[in-house]
Ligand binder design. Structure first.
Ligand SMILES: [Zn+2]
Length: 484
């Protein structure tokens, strides 16, 4: 088994009066590798992604204001082509993938309220528990500006060019769209526990328009979205500053939730949790799972919602209270973002396929596959996770016992308060837990609540692990304290 510390050992340590400090520190968390997930990872093809990016660039422009009805040019043709790809993968996978357009008209503030038509291309792979959803997206619209904003981005409105001029957007973000299509291709023949929704978003460059439209609808429908990934700019390995890196990538996640309410803020100030948003738990999960399956890729967690003063399609999901992160390359190259394709003073500008590393984009896509499949195969996270321990020497966790009979037990995760990643997993086998009134209570002897952060995750018989849930304070929720 893969857990780090057995319960008898923990009890023994507690009996000796030893604190966690004797064993907190260097041990690595590790997970077993599932052959099915290894297969998804292996099936991701750099060549297929290159074909996708080149085809998308071949529509000449995918600017949201470009041609909608032209058969081979413009954003409309691109949307129809993406839809056809999803439909092809659906047929190849036995028709389980359901493909749809999410279409709407919207006046665009950044274009003096010009009304445009937007099409999110959405492919849904229903899981055995269809109400559990995981979203993976990339935006297929492109944007070239006559004068790209100064770096760092200036507040001056950028000057627009003819939307039907050549706007290749190979890296930003045909690369992310290619990742989404490739994931749908390799995963859509399988039935997972959770539903996976693959989305090519529209209108990102005009203010996250497609993703916001979709995320708002999801929230209005009361949908549970356990996690979301926005793949945006995932294929460049040559930083404009000369740094070259094809072995790491960045995962951005918010700390304090964007959607935090005043009440939640009050609770957070009383108990901590600035670095434990659901998005941050998802980022940690991505790193742990992806580095197990793609050990040649270093996942660099950036503890920020997005790059400095910049944004992406995960943010509308954060705004609606969902766990959502951004995947992007290690070093950016601004001569290749939103620039007209040209040569000037010996510098080649433009976001063209020749500057995309497809082997690298495929690696980022493998990271997606490992994280998405790990979560989609896992049981639902534990519900109603609460914690007590103020003014006590022990810490007590309580959560609702899952009715899912595949559950083999639960992990309690711990880390020092200054540690960025979980340091310990304590596996509690179901057989050893007593369920009272539908809840499970577990006391960590001599572990003071003040000095650690905690989370609980559900584990099935194969070792699939749910997202970790950061507990809320039981006493502040006015829950009756657990009895002795
Ligand atoms: Zn982008």
């Amino acid at each position: 088994m893969r857990f780090c510390l057995s319960i008898p050992l923990l009890v023994w340590l507690a009996g000796l009066g030893l604190s966690l400090d004797v064993w907190a520190g260097s041990a690595n968390l590790f997970s077993r590798r599932d052959p099915l997930i290894e297969k998804f990872v292996a099936d991701i093809s750099a060549e297929r992604m290159q074909e996708t990016v080149e085809t998308l660039v071949g529509f000449n422009s995918r600017n949201s204001a470009s041609a909608m009805d032209h058969p081979t040019q413009g954003v409309g043709a691109a949307a129809r082509w993406i839809r056809a790809q999803f439909e092809e993968y659906s047929r190849a996978g036995g028709g389980r993938l359901k493909v749809d357009f999410d279409e709407f008209d919207q006046a665009v503030t950044r274009l003096k309220n010009q009304k445009l038509h937007f099409i999110n291309v959405v492919a849904t792979l229903p899981g055995r528990h269809p109400d559990r959803r995981i979203v993976v997206g990339g935006h297929y619209d492109s944007l070239v500006l006559a004068r790209a904003p100064a770096r760092p981005p200036s507040d001056a409105p950028p000057t627009r060019v003819d939307p039907n001029s050549f706007q290749p957007g190979a890296n930003d973000d045909a690369s992310g769209t290619a990742a989404v299509l490739e994931l749908a291709r390799v995963m859509s023949a399988y039935e997972f526990e959770a539903t996976i929704i693959f989305i090519a978003f529209a209108g990102e460059e005009l203010g996250l328009i497609g993703s916001r439209h979709w995320a708002k609808q999801a929230k209005q429908k009361g949908w549970i979205i356990e996690a979301m990934i926005a793949n945006d700019i995932i294929g460049n390995i040559e930083g404009g500053n000369g740094l070259i890196d094809n072995g790491s990538m960045r995962v951005f996640s918010e700390g304090v939730p964007t959607a935090e309410t005043a009440k939640e803020k009050e609770v957070r100030q009383a108990v901590g949790g600035e670095v434990d948003s659901p998005s941050r738990q998802w980022a940690r999960y991505v790193k742990e799972k992806a580095e197990a399956y793609v050990p040649t890729m270093h996942i660099r967690l950036i503890f920020r919602r997005d790059r400095y003063r910049r944004g992406g399609d995960h943010i509308p999901f954060n705004e609606e209270g969902y766990a959502a992160v951004r995947f992007t390359e290690a070093n950016e190259n601004y001569t290749r973002q939103h620039e007209r394709v040209r040569e000037e003073n010996g510098v080649r500008y433009g976001d063209v396929p020749e500057k995309v590393s497809f082997p690298y984009a495929a690696q980022v896509t493998r990271v997606n596959a490992a994280a998405l499949a790990s979560l989609a195969l896992a049981p639902a996270p534990p519900a109603d996770v609460a914690i007590w321990g103020a003014g006590q020497y022990d810490t007590t966790l309580r959560w609702t016992a899952s009715s899912d009979d595949r559950i083999a037990g639960y992990n309690i995760l711990l880390r020092d308060t200054e540690a960025p990643l979980w340091q310990r997993k304590i596996f509690l086998p179901k057989a050893a837990l007593s369920v009272e009134n539908g809840t499970i209570t577990h006391r960590l002897k001599n572990i003071t609540i003040d000095n650690y952060f905690f989370a609980v995750q559900a584990v099935d018989g194969k070792g699939n692990e749910s997202l970790p849930i950061f507990p809320s304070p039981g006493d502040l929720r006015l829950l009756a304290p657990p009895s002795e």
